[in-house]
Design a protein around this ligand. Structure first.
Ligand code: DQA
Length: 144
C-alpha cells in the first residue's frame, strides 16, 4: 500500500472556526477523517499532519524526500512567501500535489503568487475539503 503524507501549514488547525465563509465548516479532525477514508478507497495509507511552524514543515518534507513518499501539501500562508518550504519541496522525488481549500487566484493580490507551484507536480484549489480528495486521487493515478 502506498503511503502518502498530507501536510497542512499554519492556521489550518483552526478550520471550522476560521473564516468559515472562506474555508468551510469542517474542522481539522473532519479533514483528517475525510483524507483517511478517501485514501482507503484508493488503497493509499494516508497520514495527516498540521503545523504552524515553518521549520517543522521543512523537516517533514525532508522526511518525505528521504523516503520517496508522495505528498499532498497545503502550505497555507507559506505558499506565498516561504522559499524554505519551496526549496524543501524541490527535493521531493515522488509526486507533490499542492492543495488549497479556497481559490487563491480569486482572492487578495498577495495570494496570487505561489512559490511552491513551480516545484509541484500539480495544484488543486477552490473545492473546499474536496480539494484534498481530488489531490489524493491525483496521487493514486500518478503512482499506479
Ligand atoms: C489556503 C490559502 C492561503 O492563501 C491561506 O493563507 C491559507 C489557506 C487555502 O487552503 O485556501 O491559510 O492555503
Amino acid at each position: 500500500m502506498t503511503r502518502v503524507l498530507v501536510l497542512n501549514g499554519p492556521n489550518l488547525s483552526r478550520l471550522g472556526s476560521r473564516e468559515p465563509e472562506v474555508y468551510g465548516y469542517a474542522n481539522h479532525d473532519d479533514l483528517v477523517a475525510l483524507c483517511i477514508a478517501e485514501g482507503a478507497l484508493l488503497s493509499l495509507e494516508v497520514e495527516v499532519r498540521q503545523t504552524d511552524d515553518e521549520a517543522q514543515l521543512v523537516h517533514w518534507l525532508h522526511e518525505a524526500a528521504d523516503a520517496s513518499t508522495p505528498v499532498v501539501l497545503n502550505p497555507a500562508a507559506f505558499t506565498h512567501y516561504s522559499y524554505a518550504v519551496r526549496d524543501a519541496c524541490a527535493q521531493l522525488r515522488a509526486p507533490l500535489i499542492e492543495v488549497h481549500l479556497s481559490n487563491p487566484a480569486t482572492r487578495e493580490e498577495f495570494r496570487h503568487t505561489s512559490v511552491v507551484a513551480g516545484v509541484a507536480t500539480g495544484t488543486i484549489a477552490g473545492f473546499g475539503v474536496d480539494s484534498y480528495r481530488l489531490a489524493l486521487r491525483a496521487v493514486a493515478i500518478l503512482v499506479a
